[in-house]
Design a protein around this ligand. Structure first.
Ligand SMILES: Nc1ncnc2c1ncn2[C@@H]1O[C@H](COP(=O)(O)OP(=O)(O)O)[C@@H](O)[C@H]1O
Length: 203
């Protein structure tokens, strides 16, 4: 317990020096939101805290620099990621977390790696982090935030589907390339809700 706390304090100090003040605040806010969702869903709070804190550790560089760093370190970049560079900090962040911050927990690394796009068959921590990144208290951009914040504490799959649905609509309007992993995740959650008979018209 004491060890976990001192590890978190050390990572916070390092991130504070490396991220912009706003990005650092966002990371803290996501970390606390992850813990709160972990409480709700009976997930390990320490792992959730660490995943939330570290999720944007790759976002200290511009997208172009992140691409160069991925190529330099042999991190595979798909053709789609090359066209949608905004998603790449997640994969690079997972690499940094493992290789520079020495985080070895596969669930934490997986959650960091898929926090921008989601993916099919996400673990509980994958979902907690993806959702916390969207609903954290300092976020204000999306119109559906009050609804998503309430839904997050009712059902993770419903919330994943609703956020992915809104994000695809937003990205389509915005124009530009959309990473196909986001669509794959959307289809996956749609089918998952359908198979449970839980896909309602309002989502
Ligand atoms: N080209 C893309 N393909 C798939 N997902 C994307 C793409 N660009 C951004 N996203 C994701 O969509 C969400 C909204 O994007 P955006 O508004 O650009 O980012 P943010 O909310 O971080 O400012 C974020 O979760 C982001 O990771």
């Amino acid at each position: 317990m004491e060890n976990q706390c001192s590890q978190i304090m050390m990572f916070r100090k390092q991130l504070k020096n490396r991220l912009s003040p706003m990005r650092y605040e966002h990371s803290l806010s996501v970390s606390f939101t992850c813990m709160s969702l972990a409480m709700r869903y009976g997930y390990d709070m320490n792992k959730a805290e660490l995943a939330g804190l570290m999720h944007d550790c790759g976002k200290r560089f511009s997208d172009e620099v992140i691409l160069k760093k991925c190529l330099k370190h042999g991190i595979p970049v798909t053709e789609s990621e090359n066209k949608a560079l905004a998603v790449l900090h997640a994969k690079y962040g997972a690499w940094l977390a493992e290789n520079k911050y020495q985080i070895r927990d596969e669930e934490i690394l997986s959650a960091i790696a898929c926090h921008t796009t989601g993916k099919p068959d996400m673990t509980t921590l994958d979902k907690i982090l993806y959702i916390a990144d969207y609903i954290e208290p300092r976020r204000y951009k999306a119109e559906n935030l009050p609804e998503m914040r309430a839904m997050a504490y009712v059902d993770l799959d419903q919330t994943m589907y609703a956020i992915l649905d809104g994000t695809l609509e937003y990205l389509t309007k915005k124009g530009g390339s959309i990473d196909p992993m986001t669509r794959e995740a959307h289809i996956y959650f749609k089918q998952r809700l359908e198979s449970k008979g839980e896909l309602n018209g309002s989502v």
